[in-house]
Design a protein around this ligand. Structure first.
Ligand code: GDP
Length: 194
């Protein structure tokens, strides 16, 4: 079965997403970051959903462990690239800019962008979920989403890029759109593989 991987830094709403899409209540939301180093796989019928540990800065988590988590994710994706139909990357739309700017000031490549580039370099189809849109005023949505687009080196307007999905996952908003895109990618992947 094709795999669909779920990635994102910690606290972006990744567990909320996995809980929504799998319907499993045993996925812990708002848990202490860094406790799940485990890669969880869920059989979704047409595909396997692979929940990766959250990456990036987490309070109280040594830099060394952060690096280890990132390496683990990178290795998994590299080793399974030819079985991966899509990668759902979740970002916190509000926190995104602050984080990106902070990293760029230090002359480092922001981890979210690094992950996005890594996925697309491997020719894996991305689904970028801009979560927590409830924290952004409705009239600023387009501006924020266009800004995210530019950071990803994609020309605005954002809505011409079918892989960007704004969401408010804590209210279940955006989940149907994500599900639809996953199924599209999985079916296309199967067709191209045969
Ligand atoms: P994870 O660390 O990425 O797995 O994130 P969680 O799913 O555990 O969520 C982290 C926190 O963000 C929790 O307190 C969630 O309730 C909250 N959260 C998730 N989705 C949203 C959203 O759409 N908007 C807002 N404001 N908070 C959210």
């Amino acid at each position: 079965k094709p795999k669909v991987v779920v990635v994102g830094r910690s606290n972006v709403g990744k567990s909320t997403f996995v809980r929504l899409i799998t319907g499993r209540k045993d996925v812990k939301v708002g848990k202490k970051p860094g406790v799940t180093l485990k890669i969880n796989e869920y059989d979704m019928g047409e595909y396997i959903l692979v929940d990766m540990p959250g990456f990036g800065y987490m309070a109280g988590l040594p830099k060394k462990i952060q690096e280890k988590i990132k390496d683990e994710i990178v290795h998994y994706i590299e080793n399974h690239a030819d079985e991966i139909a899509a990668a759902v990357q979740i970002i916190d739309a509000k926190a995104f800019f602050e984080i990106v700017e902070r990293w760029e000031e230090r002359g480092e490549i922001p981890i979210d962008l690094e992950m996005f580039d890594f996925i697309t370099d491997l020719k894996i189809s991305p689904i970028l979920v801009a979560n927590k849109m409830d924290k952004i005023k409705k009239e600023e949505w387009d501006e924020v989403l266009d800004g995210i687009c530019e950071y990803l080196k994609c020309q605005p307007p954002w809505h011409q890029w079918k892989f960007i999905v704004p969401a408010i996952l804590k209210e279940g908003k955006g989940i149907e759109e994500i599900k639809k895109k996953i199924i599209e990618r999985v079916r296309l992947f199967k067709k191209l593989r045969n």
